[in-house]
Every structure is written in C-alpha cells, then in structure tokens.
Design a protein around this ligand. Sequence first.
Ligand code: TA6
Length: 295
Amino acid sequence: MDVLRTLKPTLVGNIPALLIDNTHASALILLQGAQVISFCPRQGQELLWQNPQACFQLGSSVRAGIPLCWPWFGQYDKNPEQVQASFAHLNHYPAHGIARDSLFQVIGWQESADETQVQLRLHPRQANIGLTAEMSISVSTRLQLTLTTTNTSSREIFCSQALHSYFPTSNIRQTIVQGFDNSTYIDALDNWTAKIQRGDITFSGETDRVYTGTRNQSNIIDTESGRTIQLQTNGSHSSVIWNPWIEKSQRLSQFDETAYQTMLCVETANAADDHIYLKPDDAHTLQLTIGEPAP
Ligand code: TA6
C-alpha cells in the first residue's frame, strides 16, 4: 500500500484493520467484513456505539460498529423463498450470512483535501456463492458506505443484506427514531405480523422490526443529550430497528446485560420484500451516509 498521510494499516486484536485519520474525522475499519467500528468527526463525538465487550478474533463476528449482513439478512430460513433457493447448495447458514467473518482485500485507496476513501472486495471462500461484494468507504465530515453486489455467476440470484449499524444513545428510553411514520413493519417478536408505525419510533421493551417501503432519510434523536444522528440511504427501501432490552441482553454474546440502555440498531437493508434480484452480470448498490446535522 502506497504511503498515504491519512490511511495506515493496523491490527485490532488479531484482525487486520485500517486506521483513517484526516482533518475531518478518524475511522477504524476491520478488513474482516469491511466492518467500520469507529467513526469520530474532528468537530464532534463518536457516531458508532463502542462495545467494551466486543471480541476481536479473526474468523468470528464482532458486535460493534457496522457489521455486514450478506448475502442474506438474519436467519437464513426466515428469508423469502427465492433467497433461500439461491443458496440452497451451501452447507453452512450462519445468521446474517458469511461476509462478517470473512476477510476483504484492499483493492484501492485515495485521499484528497475533502476525504479519504478505501475500496475493499470479498471473493467468498465458497466460490459457488456466485456473487462478489465490494465496499467503498469514504471518511470526511460524514461516513459513507457504498456496498456493490455483483452476480458473477451464470444463474439468476436473489439475495438480502443489511448494514447492521450500532448507534450510541444516552438513554434508550429517551431516544426516538424519525422517518418511519405510516411505514409498514414486520414485528419479529409477534410472529412476524405486519403492523403500521404511527409517529416516531420509541423504545419501551425488546424491539426487532423490519420496516419496508421506507424513505431514504431518518434521524436518531437522543432527547436526553439533544444529539441527532442523520442517516441518508440509497438503494434501500427497508430498515431494521433493534434493541434487545433486558432479557435478550442477558443471552447475547459480546454484550453487557445493561448495554441495551445506551445503544440501538438502525439497519440499512434490502430485506423481506425489498430483497435483491440479480441476473448474470447485474449489480446492485446500497449506500449509507452517517453524519450529524450541520450546526
Ligand atoms: O437485526 C436484528 C437481529 O436480526 C436481531 O434479531 C438479533 O439477532 C441481532 O440481529 C443481532 O444478531 P447477531 O447475530 O449479531 O447476534
């Protein structure tokens, strides 16, 4: 890697990583899963939830930052039939797919006065997945992830995916998520029943919902601190909102049982009816931009 002023290779635990440090922000990216685990604007605070219980062990998924769910989201057998059929020939179906514990290669990097960019590519070790994933990450005053999935096979493939973003909050009970009013959601905690969201999303218990038909902007508002985190998306019309609350927190790996109080997941997805259809050589791009509103 040519020496760049703002991009340096490093290790987190035994996982190869990239540290980006420019005039706008700093970021830490695991090559495993192309997983951003920290993004801190120079003029602001860390925008991704920091998990003291996270384990950084090569080959095992890490509960922090923005895990990549690919080429299926969630439990494989809860996906649409076409997605399941596209990977029926595999013999291993980990939750949230195979990307988040797989090493990506660095295929490009650029720096300018405005941003530092890096491109990472996954060639799935099971060559017969038939897809490649490329993640472009741009660090400036905002963090931008662009995930491109390409069908490199000779067959049609259906897949689902999510950028499983963990965000910090002072107090989950004083946190709202704007941008989903009147959206339909599937409630994973109520037999996958379809419901309608009325007003802002608030949290008073375990929450695990797939919102479909969503628009491309949402805000996470920590009313206790007055902080807003803005999410802008392209190529996604579904979002997953998750907080494990008390009981599930006691069962989760890499998770302190009180941590539910200061985190939430707002996941930028192509899940449920918003899954992706790719003919041979087709590509789909999913983009997420995370930042704070201009002062
Ligand atoms: O995105 C929500 C969800 O599917 C929850 O059901 C919960 O399982 C969460 O992801 C975390 O999954 P993980 O496999 O990272 O523990």
